[in-house]
Ligand binder design. Sequence first.
Ligand code: PMT
Length: 210
Amino acid sequence: MKFLITAGPTRERVDPVRFISNRSSGKMGYALAEMAYKFGHEVCLITGPVNLKTPDGIEMVYVESAEDMYNAVRDNIEDCDCLIMAAAVADWKPEECNPSKLKKDSFDGVLKLKRTKDILLEIKEFKKDRVFVGFAAETDDLIKNAINKLETKGLDFIVANDVTQPGAGFGVDTNIVTIFDSQGGVTELPRINKADVAKKIIEKIVEFRT
Ligand code: PMT
């Protein structure tokens, strides 16, 4: 299969010096890309700015903003069999990027934000018989929020993680996930390495496709 995987944070520029972002290290998305490649699949990895070793044998697309990431997904979606959106894509960005560095004595401290594109929603029309896998980064009501995303974004799987749990979510080498599928299946995994989480997810996708 041809996997299109996104990883890492996006950066939304405030001015030429500053940006808003999040704590994603890219480890979950990179683990998925490396595991899919290890299983013999073709992989295109779209990554925000991270500090991780570039995996061998994987086509890399480097992006910065949510808009860049949307464009990269749009450019590659029709060439893949499966999309896994593991990236922490910004939901908001500054209404405008100030052309020069904001000055302490002139900036009033108010940063007006506007919504970014919801990539999974924007590319829903390209799903067809492709497998779409989303992630849900939650701090409360994990099951309700995850299932809501599974349904509203028209996904086959959603991988839910409570990012407030120690050893789960951002930056750490492990994760604690529950995988919900569109047939009502629920697979709750204990705290395991992100590589082992990735293995489970890839296995489920391949099984779903056969
Ligand atoms: O990178 P790590 O440090 O290893 O951390 C892993 C992780 C916590 C980032 C990962 O496990 C994770 O939860 N990724 C999803 C983070 C996120 O943006 O979740 P969300 O619930 O806000 O978004 C839901 C889904 O919609 C995600 O698949 C996301 O990629 C996608 N999305 C989000 C925003 C947006 N504008 N467009 C999107 O398509």
